[in-house]
Write a protein that binds this ligand. Structure first.
Ligand code: ADQ
Length: 479
């Protein structure tokens, strides 16, 4: 950010890339959140005097812009009622289930929509205030789909990009939304609308043609004011070399061995790692695994399933229900099938630092990722990045965006319990030769297409549109 408080690159996301912590002296402070998005965007942010606009979490309303870890951060305030109606309500009770194949029933409430509009207006106003003349603004995710259009009305000089991290649904589902047209028009305020998969981009283009009536050709939408909007796929990835480096470290290697020891040195360790969300298919995979034990195909004496579930959206009703269901299933399975010191499922409801995640990935023989629908799923890619030894098996849902790239995984349909049981067995019985062949191919994909390549390709596309408009982005040093 320049002395005038203006930035040439502005990231707009629901959350700021930092979490509130208490300093040792008791005063409140900030800690950088661990996500890959932050590490991908930080170098570009630095190279372009960038700023990041987002909600800091909580309801404090007196936070001024601040610098943390070299990043200029601009807080947007939410009231307790807005957290309920905009965040828990319209974002996570309406859009999240609607965009994930209605795995849970979306709720439509007019007051939630009103809060969504109000909060999107606040984010747009803040971005308009912070962006320098001809700056580039990159808006992220389903909570902020109205921001591109609102911002364009305030600041027609800007280059605006939007990226959706979750799937964009087929028209048959999207059309349930009472405010479908407003969302489509909101997104059309961007110059480039990015999706995880080509299918999402095509769904969007088709809906724009049918519902808004604009002309389209391939991945372009032609607007009456002569502007064009590009809608295309930019599959997100991870900091692959960072994860590999962690996994190779002595400390992580030792911790991986310690984890296996603590579990009684099983000959096979199955692992699931997810945000505790009903889209992730946690129940179905644990059911499939427990049936294999009940059938005598696996034995608790030499196999264990470790399921790590990060607490998430804990005040939303559907999340309270799924948590109870998982806990009941784990209790029942362990009660029925476990032995002393040998639970069938080791269940952890907790969040861990990256080092511990890398150690879990290193320790796991079979990584099980079975969402009913997932934009990408970074856990699958993180596991691959950590298996520098070339071993390890990935069982992956066809309905995760990652399945598009990781074709050599054991692909499953999470609705088909028998099919999942078979895939778990096949992965379990595979030879080292087969596993390393598959892993090698998947590692090539993940290493060559990391999160930096993702951010660069999106921003490059954005700087190509409206060539006459604005300054080109300065690439990060070393790229
Ligand atoms: P998520 O739904 O959150 O992301 P995912 O892509 O798997 O799903 O990312 C989860 C992240 O949280 C991973 O980086 C993982 O390491 C971390 N994590 C999970 N459990 C953890 C734990 N117990 N402790 C610490 N960290 C944990 C959304 C979309 C995805 C899309 C991403 C990025 O739903 O489809 O891949 O955004 O675009």
């Amino acid at each position: 950010m320049t002395a005038s408080g203006k930035a040439d690159l502005v990231i707009v996301a629901n959350r700021l890339p930092v979490d509130r912590v208490d300093n040792p002296d008791g005063t409140p402070g900030w800690r950088r959140s661990p996500g890959g998005l932050v590490s991908a965007l930080e170098p570009v942010l630095r190279a372009n005097d960038g700023a990041w606009i987002g909600w800091p979490g909580g309801t404090e309303d007196d936070l001024e812009p601040f610098v943390e870890d070299g990043m200029s951060l601009v807080p947007v305030h939410l009231t307790a009622q807005e957290i309920e109606e905009f965040y828990e309500g319209f974002s996570n009770g309406t859009l999240w289930p609607l965009y994930h194949d209605v795995v849970a029933k979306p709720e439509f409430h007019r007051e939630w929509w009103d809060a969504y509009v109000t909060v999107n207006e606040r984010f747009a106003a803040k971005a308009a205030e912070v962006a320098a003349k001809d700056a580039t603004v990159w808006v992220h995710d389903y909570q902020l789909q109205l921001v591109p259009q609102l911002l364009r009305e305030l600041r027609p000089d800007l280059r605006i990009g939007f990226y959706l991290h979750i799937p964009f649904p087929p028209g048959e589902l999207f059309q349930q939304l009472p405010w479908r047209r407003q969302i489509l028009e909101g997104l059309l305020g961007a110059d480039v609308v990015g999706f995880q998969l080509a299918g999402g981009a095509q769904n969007f283009i088709r809906l724009v043609r049918q519902r808004v009536g604009h002309k389209t050709h391939r991945d372009l939408v032609y607007l009456p004011d002569e502007r064009t909007v590009r809608a295309a796929a930019y599959p997100i990835s991870i900091d692959a070399s960072g994860f590999e480096e962690l996994a190779r470290s002595k400390a992580v290697g030792e911790r991986a061995a310690e984890i296996r020891r603590a579990l009684g040195n099983p000959s096979k360790l199955f692992l699931g790692v997810d945000r505790l969300d009903y889209t992730k298919g946690i129940l179905a995979r644990l059911r499939a695994y427990s049936e294999l034990i009940a059938d005598g195909e696996l034995d608790v004496e030499d196999a264990v399933f470790v399921q790590v579930a990060t607490p998430s959206r804990e005040r939303v009703e559907q999340y309270i229900v799924i948590r109870e269901e998982i806990e009941q299933l784990v209790g029942r399975v362990n009660g029925d099938l476990g032995r002393i010191g040998r639970p069938a499922i080791s269940y952890l409801h907790s969040s861990y630092p990256r080092e511990e995640m890398a150690a879990l990935y290193r320790a796991a023989d079979i990584m099980v990722v079975t969402p009913y629908r997932d934009g990408m799923n970074l856990v699958a890619k993180e596991y691959i990045a950590c298996r520098y030894d070339g071993d390890g098996a990935l069982v992956l849902s066809e309905f995760a965006g990652a399945a598009n790239e990781l074709r050599q995984a054991w692909l499953v349909n999470p609705y088909d319990i028998n099919g999942m049981k078979q895939a778990l067995l096949d992965a379990n019985r595979s030879t080292v030769k087969e596993r390393t062949k598959r892993m090698k191919a998947m590692r090539k994909t993940v290493v060559e297409n990391d999160v930096k390549a993702w951010a660069d390709s999106f921003l490059q596309e954005l700087s190509r549109v409206r060539e006459s408009h604005g300054k080109p982005l300065r690439p990060a040093r070393g790229s």
